[in-house]
Ligand binder design. Structure first.
Ligand code: ADP
Ligand code: MG
Length: 270
């Protein structure tokens, strides 16, 4: 059950999320849904410059990216290539210097700063490199808090939070505090929190960066499985080639630009 926040902010995204009929895999397979549904992500010519004058850094240099509803895209590129910057712009955390971004048919570039948090709350589930959990709240309460801010009533939020914590395999640890959990367990809580309230767009920025290889693989596989179940659109930044086969598409970014699909040139770092 979803709240009305989304409907207020983005009528079309709301309809999309509530009235989904086609299962996500079919949608991702392109079953003509794209003809009637706006793209989940439509970024055109997005540039981002940090700083001014001699210290200016151009993090993005005209990025075009389209992601269909229900599609799972992995974003891959070297350190410093602009992955976090791009995700932050898509996630309504950071403004672009130029270019246009629409989410579910609504243009987010050009919106006032006051509107972005509401939009973010309604549309985006974010999983960060670190887990970013609130230390003074138990695992289940970290999730419950998000549900309440997303418009769930107290009782419904409590029930849903416990269910989500169970779904990420932490039923027995639900009432423990983050500092008593392992890195992998914390990141599972972060996943439950990101998916709380079923945001239509899930963004994950190297969600396993702080984990060992085994825990990292399990956590990413879980994230993907849950997003597939819910039909969420996903952009995940990862270096883990063990999970590339789980993507609908892999997008490469280098030096602030998306590398065109097709055979890639070998080497020549610049
Ligand atoms: P990635 O996530 O691919 O490692 P980032 O998006 O974090 O890359 O960074 C892209 C470029 O922008 C880098 O050169 C980085 O140093 C620079 N950058 C990122 N954030 C800032 C910031 N807040 N201020 C100045 N430069 C930044
Ligand atoms: Mg980064």
């Amino acid at each position: 059950m979803r709240h009305e926040l989304l409907a207020k902010v983005l009528p079309r995204a709301s309809r999309e999320a509530h009235g989904r009929e086609a299962p996500p895999r079919e949608a991702a397979a392109g079953r003509d849904r794209s003809l009637v549904t706006p793209l989940a992500v439509d970024a055109r010519g997005v540039s981002k410059v940090f700083g001014v004058g001699s210290v200016a850094v151009q993090a993005l240099r005209g990025v075009d990216l389209e992601v269909k509803g229900g599609e799972l895209v992995m974003l891959v590129g070297p350190s410093g290539s602009g992955k976090t910057t791009l995700l932050s712009i898509l996630g309504c955390v950071l403004g672009a210097t130029s270019g246009e971004v629409s989410l579910f048919g609504t243009r987010i570039t050009g919106l006032g700063e006051a509107e972005l948090p509401t939009l973010r709350q309604a549309l985006i589930g974010f999983v960060f490199q670190g887990h970013n959990l609130i230390a003074s709240l138990s695992a289940v309460d970290n999730v419950r808090l998000v549900l309440e801010t997303r418009g769930y009533g107290r009782r419904e939020a409590a029930r849903e939070a416990r269910e989500l914590i169970g779904r990420v395999g932490l039923a027995a640890q639900a009432d423990r505090y983050p500092e008593t959990l392992s890195g992998g367990q914390r990141q599972r809580v972060a996943i439950a929190r990101a998916l709380a309230g079923q945001p239509p767009l899930v963004l994950a920025d190297e969600p396993t960066a702080a984990l060992d290889a085994v825990a990292g693989l399990a956590v990413t596989e879980l994230l993907i499985e849950l997003c597939r179940e819910r039909g969420s659109t996903v952009v995940v930044v990862t270096h883990d080639n063990r999970i590339f086969h789980l993507a609908d598409r892999i997008v490469h970014i280098e030096d602030g630009r998306i590398v065109p699909e097709g055979p890639r040139s070998q080497g020549s770092p610049s």
